[in-house]
Write a protein that binds this ligand. Structure first.
Ligand code: SF4
Length: 297
């Protein structure tokens, strides 16, 4: 795209490594595709190309901060910002407020989290998720629009870090001035390929970005938080207790006729069974397979 404003939301790849997106995903894709050349050779000049192509394309980074990410994520973002600054690439951190504080503030209209609920009849359910749009998508869109206007309404190419495993999450843009690109899919890169790329380039402990108390956490994520960041786990436990009756509205009313929980088993987080199959004496034949593409990220 000529004279485009490029917005990247992931580590971008050099132009000469890109391939066109095939017409019929996902059936046409193999689970793991081989790179067309050996890995080391393919990525040797990566950084140089990346810096040059980003500078030419008037590239900017966008980060949506919910205010409730783990400390490891903020440390990683700081490193990303330093790296981008060395390449002369501006990075904008955007925010719609602190998600945790807003959720507990009765005076604040809150976009609901996908809390697990037991309703008054005892049935299980989940509250509709609004937080991603309000705290991530909308602030990013506002910033993209601002840059688009300031740059004389040049079309925007927005790069998104969806890997080949997640190809079902690809979407076309809902506005004409933005075109979506998926450089990792164009490169046929799975999560495992991304992990290998990061290891090779000195980024060997990249934390997963999500709110400390996100109800979408798997048991593995809760376990890692409990074992590696006990203060953050305690923060999630406290939040879990505080939202048992759901979000309180500005008029003081409680929306929920039932109970809400962060853990999918509908028990308080500090009482949830987070043990592994091995802890329970079962042999795990799957999670040790590092070729599965799900480890690391
Ligand atoms: S990480 Fe979870 S809680 Fe945070 S914005 Fe996304 S869905 Fe909502």
């Amino acid at each position: 795209m000529q004279n485009a404003e490029t917005i990247w939301l992931t580590l971008p790849l050099p132009r000469h490594h890109r391939q066109p997106i095939p017409p019929n995903p996902p059936e046409a894709f193999p689970v793991r595709a081989k790179p067309e050349r050996p890995w080391r050779q393919r990525c040797r000049c990566d950084l140089e190309f990346r810096v040059r192509s980003l500078q030419k394309a008037r590239t900017r980074g966008r980060l949506a901060d919910t205010g409730w990410e783990p400390a490891a994520v903020y440390a990683h973002l700081a490193r990303l910002e330093d790296t981008a600054a060395m390449a002369g690439v501006p990075v904008h951190r955007v925010s719609a407020g602190n998600l945790r504080a807003d959720a507990l503030d009765p005076a604040h209209r809150f976009a609901s989290m996908p809390l697990h609920v037991r309703n008054s009849s005892g049935a299980k359910g989940m509250i509709r998720r609004q937080c991603t749009r309000e705290y991530k998508l909308d602030p990013i869109r506002r910033k993209v629009r601002e840059v688009y206007e300031a740059a004389g309404r040049r079309p925007v190419e927005q790069w998104l870090g969806i890997s080949l495993d997640e190809i079902g999450r690809m979407r076309t843009s809902d506005v004409r001035y933005i075109t979506h690109r998926y450089p990792l899919v164009e490169q046929r890169m799975t999560r495992w390929d991304c992990q290998r790329w990061l290891d090779t380039h000195g980024w060997n402990s990249v934390p997963k970005s999500s709110c400390i108390g996100c109800p979408f956490h798997s048991d593995r994520q809760w376990r890692e938080l409990r074992d590696n960041a006990p203060q953050e786990f305690a923060d999630a436990v406290e939040f879990d207790r505080a939202i048992r009756s759901g979000h309180v509205q500005p008029d003081g009313k409680v929306q929920l006729l039932g109970e809400a929980y962060l853990h999918h088993t509908l028990v308080p987080l500090d009482e949830a069974d987070l043990s592994t199959p091995e802890d329970r004496g079962q042999l795990n034949l799957f999670e040790n397979d590092c070729q599965s593409g799900v480890c690391g990220l």
